[in-house]
Design a protein around this ligand. Structure first.
Ligand code: M6R
Length: 615
């Protein structure tokens, strides 16, 4: 949530920062601002609204300089106004701060500073930090980098909460300062220029050499080099690594929206998730990144997962796959609930954190709680070098490339695939036969081609979505492996179209939600020809008996369903456990086309942000 970009070098900073912010806009789009340091002075420009509004302001009132910080905001403390936009200044205007995260004791700091005569100009928690830093720097009685760093350390010792920070000090014209605790911060290493960013996508057009800061690290970034320090003045150890993808991977290309691009990328990203991970000879998978021996994995008696949103839905489907194929008891919790429960951990419990971004605050906290309880912890992440990827003892990367659309699509498919690979591996360590293992491998290999067939239905799905776009509420119903996809289909529709939607187990519906059914409330039934087909059809009839319109996602060639539904979305025949992945792609398209038909801002739905780094 929120995005930070800072740069120092020889090129004009303002256009570089605005371009970086545009690449980060999916992180927050309530307001944006830049601050540039030149001739011993800091100048800022800040605007509520999208980056375009900031760019227009800069065109009207340009600022020049080659050293700057910038921020795109997802509002936490204070509404999205010009004043609440970052950067925030100290009382002298010599220090400017952009901040991701939350300063939890900001109210106490504010009271204290106000008692000493400071007048705050914003409602934000960040201003408390900027002003505190200014006070401590003034108290130091000295100027320059060493004094500033000391003041920064003292300030950070006084604040509680989470932060990723980029800071300018007018007395230090050759440096941008960074600090990280609980919110990601990366140093980008360019030629005669260096960057600080909350996300590699902001800077990958300029450099693919990056250093990931760890919690408790400070950074002094200069045009020609950078220094990473610990809070206690020790030198920090940061390794430089190379970003896997280039800038084009984070661009829309010919697609009108990132979400549509990412939906259409799925055959490719799924192949990437499988590449090198199938061993047909032994009918198993190859999962080197787990950093666990076969003996250790064979000893796992229970799997506990935690995740949020779409990743939680992937976990729910993964739970079913692991129980089905590996016969290991498995459970997925909402990370936000898990972290405050007091779950007993058996000695042989394996904990999995499932996350696209690897930065979701609740999932990170759940992982830390599991570690504290002594569990072996793995991450299933997309973003390389993310906090969860680094804090887990091992895991699986999704290799899905950057996911920019706020609505998660390709990550879900790859997460389920990764969990299916884990189910296969664990299954083969237990009772799963070579024949069953080989069948699962074939099923996985068939998936990319089958997804292509679903994608070919996009126009048909668009017509159906247009027909039903006026619905005030839509139910999504499925059973067994299709239940997680009913939840995910409902989430997708509501988050980007703002149509109310509810996902439910199809048979559970009659215990309450059936009261919602009437001729204006469509129900999307997930009813491929699987082991639950007849049962699901009974539930479908219950809806029809109450005049509820039905949209069926069904196996192609199913004639029976054609008579029972107002609209049918056909998906290729697939085994019970993987048909939901195909249905899910159809529902992603359904949500996308409904949102476009309603004129919604598909990639930046209201109130949301990619990667929820606050609690
Ligand atoms: O990055 P993560 O996978 O941890 O994110 C979890 C959720 O915030 C995310 O899936 C969210 O629900 C998406 N907006 C869903 O489309």
């Amino acid at each position: 949530m929120c995005g930070i970009v800072a740069c120092i070098g020889t090129r004009p900073a303002a256009p570089l920062l605005v371009e970086g912010l545009r690449r980060l806009e999916y992180r927050g789009y309530d307001s944006a601002g830049v601050g540039l340091l030149r001739d011993g002075k800091i100048e800022t420009r800040k605007r509520a609204g999208r980056i375009d509004a900031l760019a227009a302001l800069l065109a009207e009132r340009p600022i020049s300089g080659t050293v700057g910080i910038s921020h795109t905001r997802w509002a936490t403390h204070g509404p999205p106004t010009d004043m609440n936009s970052h950067p925030h200044l100290d009382a002298t205007g010599k220090i400017a701060v952009v901040h991701n995260g939350v300063i939890e004791n900001h109210a106490a700091i504010r009271r204290d500073l106000e008692a000493r005569g400071e007048t705050f100009v914003s409602d934000t928690d960040t201003e408390a930090l900027a002003r505190l830093l200014g006070q401590l720097y003034a108290e130091a009685g000295a100027h320059g980098e060493a004094a500033f760093l000391e003041a920064l350390r003292r300030a950070l010792r006084r604040v509680s909460g989470a932060y990723g920070l980029a800071i300018l000090c007018a007395d230090c014209p050759d440096a941008v300062f960074g600090a990280r605790k609980g919110s990601p911060l990366i140093v980008g290493i360019g030629r005669e220029e260096h960057f600080l960013a909350s996300d590699v996508n902001a800077i990958v057009a300029h450099t693919r050499e990056v250093a990931y800061l760890a919690d408790g690290d400070l950074a002094v970034v200069r045009a020609h080099d950078f220094e990473a320090l610990r809070m206690d003045d020790r030198e920090a150890t940061v390794a430089v690594s190379r970003v896997e993808h280039d800038a084009a991977a984070a661009e829309k290309g010919d697609f009108p929206h990132f979400m549509l691009k990412e939906i259409f990328e799925q055959p490719h990203t799924l192949r990437n998730a499988l590449r090198g991970r199938l061993n047909p000879e032994d009918a198993t998978s190859v999962l080197g990144g787990l950093n666990m021996t076969a003996a250790e994995l064979r000893g796992v008696e229970r799997i506990q997962m935690a995740a949020c949103g779409t990743s939680w839905h992937a976990g729910l489907l993964g739970e079913m796959l692991i129980e089905e194929f590996a016969r290991i008891p498995c459970e997925v919790d909402y990370a936000s609930e898990f972290r405050y429960r007091n779950p007993p951990f058996g000695r042989n419990t394996l904990f999995l954190a499932i996350t696209q971004s690897g930065e979701t605050a609740d999932t990170l906290a759940a992982l830390r709680e599991a570690k504290r309880k002594g569990a072996r912890v793995l991450g299933i992440c997309n973003v390389v070098g993310s906090s969860i990827a680094r804090e887990a003892g091992g895991g699986l990367y999704l290799h899905a490339g950057p996911e920019i659309g706020v609505a998660s699509t390709k990550a879900f498919t790859s997460q389920v695939t990764a969990l299916a690979l884990l189910a296969l591996y664990l299954g083969r360590l237990h009772h799963l036969s070579a024949l069953e293992g080989a069948r699962l491998i074939r099923d996985l290999e068939n998936l990319p081609g089958q997804i292509e067939e679903v994608l070919a239905q996009s126009e048909r799905i668009r017509a159906i979505a247009q027909r039903f776009r006026g619905a005030a509420s839509v139910l999504f119903l499925g059973r067994r492996f299709n239940y997680p996809v009913a939840l995910e289909g409902a989430l997708k529709l509501k988050e980007i179209s703002y149509i109310h939607a509810e996902g439910y187990p199809a048979a559970e519906m009659k215990h309450g939600p059936i009261a919602l059914v009437d001729e204006r409330t469509p129900s999307v039934f997930l009813c491929p020809r699987d082991g639950m087909y007849e049962k699901t059809l009974n539930n479908l009839e219950e809806v029809r008996a109450r005049r509820g319109p039905v949209i069926a996602v069904a196996t192609e060639g199913d004639r029976e369903i054609a008579h029972k539904a107002e609209a049918v979305i056909p998906i290729p025949a697939a085994p019970d456990h993987f048909a939901p992945l195909l249905a899910n792609v159809a529902l992603q398209l359904f949500a996308y086309h409904a949102a476009v038909a309603l004129g919604r801002d598909v990639d930046k739905p209201r109130n949301l942000a990619k990667s929820v780094t606050v609690e």
